[in-house]
Design a protein around this ligand. Structure first.
Ligand code: PGA
Length: 235
């Protein structure tokens, strides 16, 4: 695992762009993408660059169950607004939160991943160590599934909604098995709230109680941190 720590999120996002571009230059064509505040700087760097993604595929990690793709807090909308409207891919996949038939949505999304094996997977991390919406206790062998969000995740994400009651408490998420199957992983984490989860990743044991620790078993992982998320590391 390669770990880089930067003083500012801007420097960290520029480094993340270099890692992304390097993967692209080495032939990566299918990009697993993430939402949240953490990758916004990387997406800005991608937009500013002259990289051409129009022959590439993107497959997002997750989507809230019950939110339409035009809902401003849906991850479909986030991706359109933060990246795709500026830098279109040949084809972009995000789970369909409006598909109430979970078995059907899961089957379709796993089929998409099977048809387009992920070359490069971008990840943020939750305060509780989740990746995608794989909450603590999720079996590592699961693929895409319908998730019950933990109260902690609902509360953390309520900052984007008018009230906590509007935050969906379920989501479709790729599983840990899908993330682990990616050829290369880039994880970004900013802020002290993530420090405990980052310490578990870098200095702890592999445990389903802290989903991100699965990455200790992946052979090609880059971790990009700021001082806050790195603050509990022993060196
Ligand atoms: P954040 O979310 O980037 O908004 O902190 C990350 C996550 O919950 O995976």
């Amino acid at each position: 695992m390669k770990v880089f720590v930067y003083n500012t999120t801007q420097e960290a996002s520029e480094k993340a762009y270099d890692v992304f571009e390097n993967a692209y230059n080495n032939g990566a064509n299918v990009f697993g993408l993430a939402t949240g505040s953490t990758p916004e700087g990387l997406y800005s760097e991608i937009i500013k660059s002259d990289i051409d993604l129009s022959n590439c595929i993107s497959i997002n990690l997750d989507e809230y169950y019950g939110l339409d793709k035009n809902h401003p807090q849906s991850y479909n909308y986030y991706m359109y607004d933060n990246l795709f409207k500026h830098k279109p891919f040949k084809k972009s996949y995000v789970p369909n939160g409006m598909n109430k038939d979970a078995e059907d949505e899961v089957r379709k999304y796993n089929q998409i991943i099977d048809e387009h094996p992920i070359d490069f997977q971008l990840l943020g991390i939750g305060v509780n160590g989740h990746i995608g919406f794989n909450e603590p206790g999720t079996p590592f062998e699961l693929r895409t599934h319908l998730v019950e969000l933990t109260p902690s995740t609902v509360e953390v994400n309520s900052r984007f909604f008018d009230s906590i009651d509007e935050v969906p408490n379920q989501a479709y998420s790729m599983g840990i098995a899908d993330i682990m199957a990616a050829k290369e992983v880039l994880l970004m984490a900013f802020g002290e709230a993530k420090a405990e989860a980052i310490k578990a990743l870098i200095e702890g044991e592999v445990s389903e109680d802290v989903p991100v620790t699965c990455l200790k078993n992946h052979t090609n992982v880059t971790v990009i941190l700021d001082q806050g998320s790195a603050s509990l590391l022993s060196k």
